[in-house]
Write a protein of this length. Structure first.
Length: 166
């Protein structure tokens, strides 16, 4: 199976003193939309097609997933587990076969990426995983292959969004 971890595109900044509701409702900026469309075109040029998109319920992730759906031949589902630290619940939502994209947020995607690649080699704690994490910039994509379990995947590519703008 192939798994694509996608950080949401550039969103409006969170106003000072804003709460969780305001954070959840932040939309993508026009610049974020323009740039992420280039990411989608780049992935298409690499032959990427998707069977499933799982997305965080936060607006910026939903809007990113909508743009990514140009590559989709299946369905998009919302997963609240993509808006929180990764755990067994998120792993259980990922099918064992196909090409699946997860659209979410930092630092959770980097922690999840580290866990999928190295498993318990980092002691299993989120703090340890954060110290050795891979950085996913806004609109960045990590392309993995293997079995979606801790230590069961290999990194095929790590694309900062800038790669697709060059």
């Amino acid at each position: 199976m192939e798994l694509f971890l996608v950080r949401h595109a550039i969103a409006l900044p969170l106003p000072e003193g804003a709460g969780e509701e305001e954070d959840d409702a932040r939309p993508l900026t026009p610049k974020g939309v323009r740039r992420f469309r280039k990411v989608v075109r780049g992935l298409a040029a690499l032959g990427v097609g998707l069977d499933l998109i799982l997305t965080s319920p936060k607006r910026r992730a939903l809007e990113t997933a909508e743009l990514l759906s140009d590559l989709l031949q299946g369905e998009t589902r919302v997963s609240p587990h993509l808006a929180e630290p990764p755990g067994e619940e998120l792993l259980a939502e990922i099918p064992a076969e196909g090409r699946v994209a997860l659209v979410g947020h930092e630092p959770y995607l980097s922690v999840f990426l580290t866990q999928l690649l190295f498993g318990d080699l980092l002691g299993g704690s989120v703090q340890d995983a954060l110290e050795g994490r891979f950085l996913l910039k806004k609109g960045g994509v990590a392309w993995l292959e293997g079995t979606p379990r801790p230590g069961g995947m290999t990194l095929r590519a790590l694309f900062p969004p800038k790669v697709f703008r060059l």
